[in-house]
Design a protein around this ligand. Structure first.
Ligand code: GLA
Length: 695
């Protein structure tokens, strides 16, 4: 039974962890525990009151409130800030009651209400006991007759055990260089990570891992979590002067407002978080397991794909694609994806976006003949779309110049010659649903790469139905509606989220998509670090990775394949230019990948030797039953004489016996994990070794 209840005190227990909060004798809802699961209910600390300290630190400031609203002498980062119709700008929340649902995913809903104004705030908790995760979100209802303006409404405040020093791990980056990991000791004050770009962004990710400065991949207490939201978000890790460390996460309040009308409810995105005593590796694997189990298409293996972009850019046409398809099928590719360039008047990036029908010059008979040919070759067919965009040079923009996000009196800044359709508008949503539904109904398409190639500017919404600053949220809700409707109507389609590479990767998108395009940077050595950063947050089954010519002739074809085989393997290169030898190598690599694919896509992932900042790196995957594994190792460039670190395998059964490709003898799992492997690789070499349990 994961939820133990005492009088106004809730303990949410998962397999290994617990999270506790309750109402103090003076009626305040406070947090009391987050960490390892304890043997007995009475082990958990009981919520208590505090009087604060001196005239400058009232109790509201010192209490570990579960969901602090801005009210009274409360100077920390609040979760909620609202303005009532008469101009009052503080919110005094009082506990009302709780509703508990048991079952496979138990839920606790704690209702709070402002003492005088018509605002009900329901804190929602869902316990993912087997995944060791707690999911939190908040529902706010206007129970009165006048509007309430929400100015900040976060999903959760996660509190760390009081009085210690912590380190925050986060990722940062930019286009072409996403997923760079940083760990930094949190100092008094607030460390903010956020997106103001209307997407999740390449620059930061709504993910955190917090430790006491002593965790590593294998051991140490780590508190970690994500926000499931693909728009503007904010994370604020705050160390207060009284020694509390807390992390608030939710919608970004920057330029945000939401007019909550009488009777309406606003629901925040969810934040998922967990605790482990087993280091950053276990934290990632916990997220990976959860993510995999919630993929729209379940845990089915993802196909090996070909993508036309790095091969020919916009220069696709029926004849050339048919010729390439033949070579791709011959190598063992399972899914043929035609990227940008296929639609009306799309020769470069300066025209066509918005006009989603085949270009008559490149595809005089539409794209059906190509799809039929691809299918006849035994492959599925996929297509690139960028539905949220228009080029000013498009039929759609000429017909509806007001459909884009803009301020009427300002210039409309173009980036990549494009503007953003306002998907907050229901007429725009309906138009896109109808157009794309037709495309998917009339063609045998089983994969869509949904791209988004710029960030917002001049975020205006003339004639907005509510406060124009609702754009930030209504836009994302619109994206979810369009995408979700299409996904429901076309369940055969596997969706990929791309935003110029990894600009929209998050647990909100994961409810719609099965995989991500992680970065436009496909140069194999850069990719090693990028992919490793991605693995902090997302599992390999979601990580599309393509072999291209980028960085040539430096890294060999097998090296490039090995890098891409650590996720969902793809090829994006002009196969018409590949030699017979290259095609044979490709076929061999794809065959090997298909053998190890269940381990890579569905197994446990271990970062053995980090790729970020190091030139010798190793990654391991182990099947869930621990009978099979695969080890990848890469040497980029280490000047001679080189000192190559040993590799200590992970995740094997200590007492089972295993054989490893290229190593003599059968040894116990414990022996392989503790004595270290030595791999003699030359500069630019890589290797893939299978690990097999032998009875
Ligand atoms: C973005 C994507 C690329 C490709 C191009 C097409 O940059 O990240 O993979 O699809 O758009 O224009």
């Amino acid at each position: 039974m994961p939820i133990l209840i005492r009088e106004k005190y809730w303990i949410l227990e998962t397999a290994q962890t617990a999270y506790a909060f309750g109402v103090t004798p003076r009626g305040r809802l406070v947090h009391s525990y987050w960490g390892a699961r304890l043997p007995f209910p009475e082990d958990y600390p009981i919520p208590h009151d505090t009087d604060g300290w001196a005239s400058f630190n009232g109790p509201g400031h010192a209490l570990p409130e579960e969901y602090p609203a801005y009210a009274g002498p409360n100077y920390g980062e609040p979760c909620l800030k609202a303005t009532f119709a008469d101009g009052v700008r503080d919110t005094v929340l009082q506990f009302v009651d709780t509703e508990i649902t048991t079952g496979e995913l138990p839920e606790v809903r704690v209702t709070l209400r402002d003492v005088a104004y018509p605002l009900a705030v329901v804190l929602c908790y869902r316990v993912h006991a087997q995944h060791d995760l707690i999911e939190r979100w908040v529902e706010l209802t206007n129970t009165g007759t006048t509007p309430v303006t929400l100015e900040r409404v976060w999903s959760a405040l996660w509190r760390l055990p009081w009085g210690e020093e912590y380190r925050l791990s986060h990722v940062f980056g930019r286009w072409f260089e996403e997923w760079q990991l940083r760990r930094e000791v949190l100092q008094p004050g607030v460390k903010v990570k956020e997106s103001r770009r209307i997407t999740t962004s390449h620059n930061a990710s709504p993910w955190f891992a917090i430790d006491r400065g002593n965790a590593d991949e294998d051991q140490g207490a780590v508190w970690f979590g994500v926000l499931a939201w693909g728009g503007n978000w904010k994370l604020a890790a705050e160390v207060t002067e009284s020694g509390a460390t807390r992390l608030g996460i939710g919608l970004n309040d920057w330029d945000f407002a939401w007019r909550l009308m009488p009777g309406e409810t606003f629901t925040t995105p969810a934040s998922l978080a967990g605790y482990t005593a087993n280091g950053f590796g276990a934290a990632s694997r916990t997220l990976h397991d959860y993510a995999r189990e919630h993929l729209p298409h379940g845990q089915r293996l993802h196909p090996v794909l070909y993508n036309s972009w790095e091969a020919v850019f916009f220069d696709v046409n029926e004849a050339s694609q048919m010729a390439v398809a033949e070579l791709a099928a011959g190598m063992g590719v399972e899914l043929f994806v035609m990227d940008d360039g296929w639609f009306h008047r799309r020769d470069l990036d300066n025209a066509g976006l918005g006009d989603w029908w085949p270009d008559a010059r490149k595809f005089p008979n539409g794209i059906k003949p190509l799809i039929e040919r691809v299918n006849a070759l035994g492959m599925d067919f996929g297509l690139w779309l960028e539905p949220e965009m228009v080029n000013p040079d498009s039929d759609l923009y000429r017909a509806h110049p007001d459909w884009v996000i803009h301020f009427p009196t300002r210039a409309r800044t173009e980036m990549r010659n494009q503007l953003i359709l306002n998907l907050g508008r229901t007429d725009v949503q309906d138009y896109l649903i109808a157009l794309l539904d037709k495309l998917l109904t009339e063609h045998n398409i089983t994969f869509i790469k949904w791209d988004m190639n710029r960030n917002v500017s001049e975020p205006g919404w003339p004639d907005a139905p509510g406060d124009a600053r609702e754009l930030w949220v209504r836009y994302v809700q619109g994206v979810y509606r369009v995408w979700g409707t299409l996904a429901r109507r076309h369940p055969q389609v596997l969706w990929q989220s791309c935003s110029g590479g990894g600009g929209r990767v998050d647990y909100g998108m994961l409810r719609l998509v099965d995989q991500f395009w992680v970065s436009d940077n496909t140069e194999a050595t850069a990719r090693l670090g990028i992919q490793e950063g991605f693995s902090q947050i997302m599992p390999a089954i979601t990580m599309e990775s393509q072999v291209t010519h980028m960085g040539q002739p430096l890294m060999s074809l097998p090296f490039r394949f090995h890098v891409s085989m650590m996720g969902v393997l793809g090829i994006s290169d002009d196969l018409l230019k590949w030699s017979e030898v290259d095609l044979a190598t490709g076929a061999e690599m794809i065959a090997l990948y298909k053998e190890i694919r269940p381990i890579v896509q569905l197994g446990d992932q271990y970062r053995l030797l980090s790729a970020q900042g190091q030139d010798f790196t190793a990654m391991q995957y182990v099947s869930k039953d621990r009978t099979e594994g695969v080890l990848f190792a890469f040497r980029v460039h280490i000047p001679e004489p080189a000192r190559i670190p040993p590799i200590y395998l992970r995740g094997l059964k200590p007492n089972a016996h295993y054989a490893i490709d290229g190593f003599d003898g059968v040894r116990s799992g414990a022996a392989w994990m503790h004595t270290g492997l030595h791999l003699e690789l030359k500069n630019g070499e890589s290797t893939v070794r299978r690990i097999r349990a032998v009875s």
